[in-house]
Design a protein around this ligand. Structure first.
Ligand SMILES: Cc1ncc(COP(=O)(O)O)c(C=O)c1O
Length: 429
């Protein structure tokens, strides 16, 4: 029963340092969050010791008395929360969940249609460098240049032209509500199955802050670790008629033993997500994003689509005279962590794109509200100006970032995040 710090001080030290980093900095990466102590405890539990290939009641190993119960409870909670007929909670993460849908419902060489990566889609929706773009004939739709919003007429036109077997909706960087009903209608017109990947917005969907893809689409995939605030994992939710094909595709089609500790932690997160408190949390995520987008616009940033309706704010950094990469790196030095991102119709190369992507799930988890969103916008504007106008004096720029990082930390100390080793005022809990 030696503690980690004795068995492996190096790893223990890295974990403590990471915990410190997660406390001291403002985490604006749209796909990240802070899980609760309860979710962390389940993730770090002895369930990691157990092999359970198969499904409850049909396993290939003995000793499933408790694992079967855990998985059944997780499935029951997911069904109730999302209103799904069938749920598979075994995918190791979001990408394998999407791959499992392709294995279950279509054949290599079939046509799939998804939102392009450059316009806010995900790699696994048919991008050329992903297996989804290599093994399937991928047609990609985009957003309108004038509004930045999905061009449903173009989706319909492309669907009629290419007649995909599978039409995919969902995104990693699109700040507007998705019209699942419209996607489903287009799918029906051309005889395509429709998959919604709600990885980013699952927490908003269960809280009723974003419309649900049910009952419109055939199959839904999600990660469990973004706005849903669970452990890293994936789920597939579908109509009963696809249950057998989906289950077979996950195991034995793609995976071996499920990660039971993750299943337990997903179950805990789903219980938390069913509460009134979570509904308020998800509402605040969107309120914060709206305030952040408006505050950035007031300070001269071009915000894509002119604002947001979800947890995401996509910003054109070139409107402040810097590239997305320059801004993201400078922000990190100033204690504001985000990622650089291509924006639709980007003229800059992929490694030096024009945009940065921001999200509010993590900051909202630690209790930030509109006041802190205004501060973030002000700091971002300062950082962008220092990076753009700071001349060649690297040391002076670094000093300016350090000063902002100090102010960021002072604010963070007043908002201890769930699950971290640090308590009020940033002291070890
Ligand atoms: C829409 C969407 N789908 C799938 C994934 C893949 O999830 P994972 O990174 O867990 O494989 C992501 C991750 O960012 C995503 O944004």
């Amino acid at each position: 029963m030696e503690p980690l710090a004795q068995v492996d001080p190096e790893i223990a030290q890295f974990i403590r340092a990471e915990s410190r980093r997660q406390h001291d900095k403002i985490r604006l990466i749209a796909s990240e969050n802070y899980v609760s102590h309860a979710v962390l405890e389940a993730t770090g539990s002895v369930l990691t010791n157990k092999y359970s290939e198969g499904y409850a009641g049909k396993r290939y190993y003995e000793g499933q008395q408790y694992v079967d119960k855990v998985e059944a409870l997780c499935i029951a909670r997911a069904k109730a929360l999302f209103g799904a007929e069938h749920v598979n909670v075994q995918p190791y993460s979001g990408s394998p969940a999407n791959q499992a849908v392709y294995v279950a419902l279509i054949k290599p060489g079939d046509t799939i249609m998804g939102l392009s990566l450059a316009h806010g889609g995900h790699l696994t929706h048919g991008d050329a460098v992903s297996i989804s773009g290599m093994h399937y004939k991928a047609v990609q739709y985009g957003v309108r240049q004038d509004t930045g919003e999905i061009d449903y007429e173009e989706v319909e036109r492309l669907a009629k032209e290419h007649r995909p077997r599978l039409l995919i909706c969902g995104h990693s960087a699109y700040p507007r509500i998705l019209d699942f009903e419209r996607f489903a209608a287009i799918g029906r017109q051309v005889g395509a199955l429709v998959m919604a990947d709600i990885a980013h917005i699952a927490g908003l969907v269960v809280a009723g802050v974003h419309p649900s893809p049910f009952p419109h689409v055939d199959v839904v995939t999600t990660t469990t670790h973004k706005s849903l605030r669970g452990p890293r994992g994936g789920m597939i939710l579908c109509r009963a008629q696809y249950a057998e094909a989906i289950d077979k595709a996950v195991f034995p089609g793609l995976q071996g033993g499920p990660h039971n500790h993750t299943t337990a932690a997903i179950a805990v997160a789903l219980k938390e997500a069913a509460t009134e408190e979570f509904r308020r949390y998800a509402t605040r995520i969107v309120e914060n994003a709206v305030v952040l987008a408006a505050a950035l616009e007031r300070r001269g940033f071009r915000v894509l689509t002119g604002g947001t309706q979800n947890h995401l704010v996509v910003v054109d950094a070139t409107s402040m005279g810097v590239t997305g990469r320059q801004l993201a790196k400078a922000m990190d030095a100033a204690g504001l962590v985000c990622n650089f991102n291509r924006i639709p119709f980007d003229t800059q190369p992929a490694l030096h794109p024009s945009g940065v992507r921001l999200g509010t799930p993590a900051t909202t988890s630690r209790g930030f509200g509109p006041e802190q969103m205004e501060l973030i916008a002000a700091w971002m504007s300062q950082v962008a100006k220092v990076r753009a106008d700071g001349g060649q004096d690297l040391e002076a720029r670094k000093q300016a970032y350090r000063e902002i990082a100090g102010q960021v930390k002072a604010v963070c100390d007043g908002f201890p995040a769930p699950g971290l080793l640090y308590g009020p005022k940033g002291r070890p809990a």
